[in-house]
Design a protein around this ligand. Structure first.
Ligand code: ATP
Length: 832
């Protein structure tokens, strides 16, 4: 009997333990997750999408109301007659009504686009809107641009909408409106600098797809397609329509192909670039640089966010649109109004320039509510005053709020997120000191291994006087077993990890996931990159393994609009958004001189060599970073420069981690050294006093250009950035047209250098060149504009082939050729 009672007691204990574990798991997010209201993850996401759509609709409605008010005003003005004749006796009269003049309306519209929150109407690359709070140094010829194109196309839509808003239009109308509003919110950018300054149509802007959508909508009416079928119809037809601008692009490329080798390109225009999937073995750096996970530029998971992730926009000449809707007079008035505001802004900016000189704010760390030991560590590291981003974020972070932060490169974001993280650890450890294996309280995620190590080193500096608080890195390229041993022998509270290796630990060691259940702070450095498609799945899995009751901090120098939307995967809804760049502010460090060179591929290696030589002759303590498109091209560039007897080092994903770490440390400490690297060094790396950054070939996107550039001009210092493009790559300039980049004055290529470079290139083993050719083809195949024109791509690859001294393009495996869609393309050799 007693043993039966014992059995019952054990059993009830087991059951209660199980229940306890289940509720714990549910709380931690480790078990089957439900969101408030019993929704699952996807339902929760869809709910947010719906809300975003509703918000867009509301904004559209607001715009529409403005437009309607304008129309009413015009009608009233017309009715009252040009000479102020009274209304006809049967017309309704109001003695108090004063019709809105066209000038007032222009003001209202200008207000609408410059007021707080208007950014919701913009794409991430819509260009500056209004003067930022922290004012950038005024650069020659740089006026804060304003997007008039958007205004124009809004008007066009409203007209269409208004036209269609007759009572007879029925329910289809609202479907249509939602289609239009979706497109409207994704308005493309305009080089408003140009628009404001000279009103020319030189900058070929992106005119929204909604114009086409309208046409297609009426087409869908004619063909009897419903809205749903219209959407898919529109999507299907997108690629067909897209051929039109592509053929222009192709003809431009063809022109450049037929150009004389010695010719420098002329100014061109282009389409926005989108990346697509390339072949698996294209040697694309990103494949392996992101810890073996494929990085692609489509901004959203299409499952999660459907058509929110791809901007279905197309560029059309601004001129046509203006002519089309016949509103050029009004546009000119809006321009004048905005120009006036810009001039006012410039006057203010000049006053603010002096403040800009120092990157530090007036506020000191000891004025903040952080531990005295941390302040002691900060002082011994030489940090007394805060930087702007630290001043802006510390108070909110210390309050425990979720924060999304955008601040320029080199402005001290790492310290900004590490300080509140350390405070959280201190608070948590003071309440639970006696745990044998302490939980992991802070998890910092970084996209690259070098950056993770750098953040851990910075954390160690700040923890100098805190005994018993430890930091560890979990990064790829090191032995997993060694990680495990370290985690056991030296349990720490702060982990800095790359997503891939962290997931390996979560999936392979249950003890590790248990330790994550006490997490207080989750930090995503380079958040936009981590939330991009290449990492999204990993981040979602990681977020599912950490408690929902946590603080999340997301930092980056670039936060595209899409990322703001998707950040809800990590952040609480009531998070705070801190933007120290400011809406329309200059996103690159003010003291970095930006220039570009247009030269055929065959001259790129020579050009880089000559630019390096000239810089070295000019700058005594030079320190240069050369970014190449892929790991294998980086390797070839390194071998060539070494052959040319230059003092160079290389870092890319094909190098062992131990080598990468050693080179990274050496470059950090050194002067008079050049680092040849792929995008593994593009983000976050804090190499002090880099004097020049050279980017060869188009960067994967605008953000990458900004991050690569940001390796120089850190902490408010001077710097230079040069972009080397082939003539057909010139269209990329359109994506960075709001940045103060200028065409470099003509550089005379030295004929002796040409011979020298060719001789040294000839010394390099053909296997390196073949690998570089394959990588090059893979990289550019993944770029939409050129990737879909396979014949042109192969012709351009042949140019690259010539530039590296290969007699003919190396053969490729049939499987690779098929994967890249290059079957039957002339110039492609299949390996037997
Ligand atoms: N308050 C401060 N006073 C002086 N120096 C600082 C301060 N805060 C940070 N720094 C230094 O500024 C440099 C840049 O910092 P950090 O690498 O964190 O920049 P970042 O904004 O994260 O750049 P990126 O966007 O490239 O990642 C570092 O060398 C850091 O030590």
């Amino acid at each position: 009997m007693s043993s039966f009672r014992l059995f019952l007691r054990d059993r009830s204990r087991n059951v209660s333990r199980l229940l306890c574990n289940l509720s714990f798991l549910r709380h931690m997010g480790g078990g089957p997750r439900t969101f408030p209201g019993g929704l699952n993850k996807w339902q929760w996401k869809r709910l947010h999408q719906k809300k975003a759509m509703e918000k867009e609709k509301k904004l559209l409605l607001h715009e529409k109301q403005l437009y309607e008010a304008r129309v009413r005003t015009e009608i009233r003005a017309k009715l009252s007659g040009p000479s102020g004749r009274p209304f006809p006796s049967n017309a309704p009269q109001s003695s108090t009504h004063t019709p809105m003049t066209a000038k007032d309306h222009v003001r209202v519209l200008a207000d609408r686009f410059t007021k707080e929150g208007a950014e919701d109407l913009w794409n991430e690359d819509d260009g500056p809107l209004k003067s930022p709070p922290a004012r950038p140094r005024k650069l020659p010829g740089q006026n804060p641009p304003l997007d008039l194109r958007k205004t124009v196309s809004d008007r066009r839509n409203f007209e269409s909408l208004d036209h269609r808003h007759h009572p007879s239009s029925g329910s289809e109308e609202s479907d249509f409106e939602s289609v239009t509003s979706r497109h409207l919110i994704q308005h493309p950018p305009l080089d408003s600098r140009k628009a404001v300054s000279d009103g020319s149509d030189e900058s070929e802007g992106r005119i929204v797809e909604e114009g086409n959508a309208l046409g297609r909508q009426s087409a869908s009416r004619r063909t009897g397609l419903s809205h749903g079928s219209f959407s898919s119809f529109a999507r299907r037809n997108y690629s067909v329509e897209a051929r039109r601008p592509m053929s222009r692009f192709e003809s431009r490329v063809k022109q450049s192909l037929s150009r004389d080798d010695g010719e420098f390109g002329s100014k061109g225009r282009g389409n926005s670039r989108r990346r697509r999937f390339s072949n698996g073995d294209s040697e694309d750096d990103s494949d392996s640089d992101v810890e073996g996970r494929v990085f692609r530029k489509n901004m959203m998971s299409s499952t999660a966010l459907r058509n929110y992730d791809v901007k279905m926009t197309r560029r059309q000449p601004l001129k046509n649109v203006e002519e089309d809707n016949g509103s050029s007079q009004e546009i000119q008035m809006i321009r004048d109004e905005l120009k006036r505001r810009v001039l006012d802004g410039n006057a203010e900016r000049q006053c603010g320039e002096e403040e800009e000189e120092s990157h530090l704010s007036q506020k000191r760390f000891d004025e903040c509510n952080i531990s005295p030991l941390t302040i002691k560590a900060l002082s011994s590291a030489g940090y007394v005053q805060m930087t702007a981003v630290q001043e802006a974020t510390l108070p909110v972070c210390l309050e425990g709020k979720d924060v999304l932060v955008k601040a320029k490169t080199g402005t001290g974001k790492s310290v900004a997120f590490l300080l509140p993280a350390i405070e959280s650890v201190l608070q948590a450890t003071s309440s639970g000191r006696n745990q044998r294996v302490p939980p992991i309280l802070v998890l910092v995620l970084s996209p690259t291994r070098e950056l993770a190590s750098q953040i851990a080193a910075e954390a160690n500096v700040l923890l100098k006087y805190h005994v018993g608080i430890g930091v560890q890195t979990l990064i790829g390229g090191t032995r997993f077993k060694v990680d495990q041993k370290r985690l056991e022998s030296d349990p720490c509270q702060i982990i800095v990890a790359t997503p891939g290796r962290l997931l390996d630990h979560i999936e392979n060691r249950s003890g590790f996931s248990m330790r994550l259940m006490g997490l207080k702070v989750l930090i995503l450095d380079e958040a936009d990159h981590l939330l991009d498609l290449g990492f999204r799945k990993d981040i979602e899995k990681i977020v599912d393994c950490v408690p929902r009751q946590r603080q999340s901090l997301l930092f980056s120098a670039t936060i595209p609009k899409e990322v703001r939307r998707v950040s809800q995967l990590v952040l609480k809804r009531d998070h705070v958004y801190v933007d120290t760049v400011g809406l329309g502010g200059l996103e690159t460090p003010a003291k970095v001189l930006q220039s570009y060179f247009i030269a055929p591929h065959v001259q790129h290696f020579q050009l880089v060599y000559q630019l390096l030589k000239e810089h070295m002759a000019r700058v005594l303590d030079y320190k240069v970073i050369v970014f190449c498109t892929t790991a294998m091209v980086t390797s070839l560039m390194f071998l060539l420069l070494r052959e040319l007897k230059m003092d160079v080092r290389e870092i890319h994903s094909r190098k062992p981690q131990i080598y990468r770490a050693r080179v990274s440390d050496e470059f950090r400490e050194s002067k008079r050294l050049s680092l040849i690297t792929s995008d593994v060094s593009a983000r976050g790396m804090d190499y002090p006093d880099v004097t020049l950054v050279i980017q060869v070939g188009i960067p994967s996107d605008r953000e990458q250009y900004i991050h690569r550039l940001g390796r120089t001009g850190r902490e408010g210092k001077d710097g230079e950035c040069m972009l080397v493009l082939a003539p057909w790559e010139e269209y990329f300039l359109d994506e960075i047209k709001d940045l103060p980049i200028e065409k470099s004055s003509f550089l005379r290529l030295d004929p002796d250098i040409k011979v020298k470079v060719e001789d040294c290139m000839a010394q390099i083993d053909a296997s390196h060149k073949e690998a570089a050719y394959h990588a090059w083809l893979g990289y550019y195949n993944s770029i939409r504009e050129i990737g879909r024109e396979k014949t042109t791509l192969v012709e351009l690859a042949k140019q690259f082939c010539d530039s590296i001294g290969l007699q003919k393009p190396p053969s490729m495996f049939r499987k690779t050729v098929n994967k890249m869609g290059l079957r039957d393309i002339p110039g492609i050799q299949i390996r037997k």
